[in-house]
Design a protein around this ligand. Structure first.
Ligand SMILES: CC(C)(COP(=O)(O)OP(=O)(O)OC[C@H]1O[C@@H](n2cnc3c(N)ncnc32)[C@H](O)[C@@H]1OP(=O)(O)O)[C@@H](O)C(=O)NCCC(=O)NCCS
Length: 175
């Protein structure tokens, strides 16, 4: 997990506009190379301001760029953040990378940023993401019923969260 560099842009545009990936993302963002360059520059600015921490995910062995993960601060008083994650290369799904990346990010968010709770939203049809979030320790806290429309059908948006205490307890159990 590391901050993004402009040299990462070619790998990003190779995968980002893929509909197989975009169907799971709330902010459908079809982007050109120049727009992705601006987006990467923007990640530096948001990190400098303490608004959001966006990292690229890389496989150790080949230094292969496979996705992004971010934590966005939404409440500085209650210390709340929102997690977003996308492994953009489908050949890398279901290999445990998402769970590992989320655990790394949660550790950073709770231990270094001192966040208190972290939440997320996921479409009800995204079974893989739901299973991954549950494995990482998130629990369902509610639903926006039929709040998402796609391909002629309404779907629930599921809300999940995890607290710093819950994460610490899970970490103790795993060690
Ligand atoms: C969601 C995402 C981050 C998960 O990362 P990942 O590396 O694929 O997930 P993991 O391999 O760590 O865990 C996936 C789990 O889902 C399970 N799973 C996969 N498809 C499933 C299905 N249709 N129903 C139920 N469980 C399913 C897998 O078996 C695995 O659980 P297991 O390890 O207990 O067997 C990744 O798939 C991704 O980026 N997808 C596209 C974008 C996206 O959906 N982003 C999230 C938006 S909210």
């Amino acid at each position: 997990m590391r901050g993004l560099e402009l040299s990462d842009v070619d790998e990003l545009i190779k995968y980002w506009n893929n509909p197989e990936l975009q169907q799971f993302l709330s902010r459908t963002r079809i982007a050109s190379r120049d727009e992705e360059i601006d987006w990467i520059r923007n990640t530096w600015e948001r990190r400098r301001k303490g608004e959001a921490y966006i990292f690229g995910l890389f496989l150790h062995e080949q230094d292969q760029y496979i996705g992004n993960i971010e934590i966005r601060i939404i409440d500085n008083i209650a210390q709340r953040g929102v997690l977003g994650v996308a492994i953009f290369n489908p050949s890398c799904w279901n290999k445990g990378y998402g769970t590992e990346a989320i655990e790394l990010l949660l550790n950073f968010a709770f231990s270094s940023l001192n966040l208190h709770t972290i939440e997320l939203e996921v479409f009800s049809f995204n079974k893989r993401a739901l299973a991954c979030y549950r494995k990482a320790g998130f629990v369902e806290i509610g639903r926006k019923r039929e709040a998402y429309f796609k391909s002629g059908q309404y779907h629930d948006i599921i809300l999940m969260d995890i607290s710093a205490t819950e994460f610490a307890n899970l970490k103790n159990l795993r060690e």
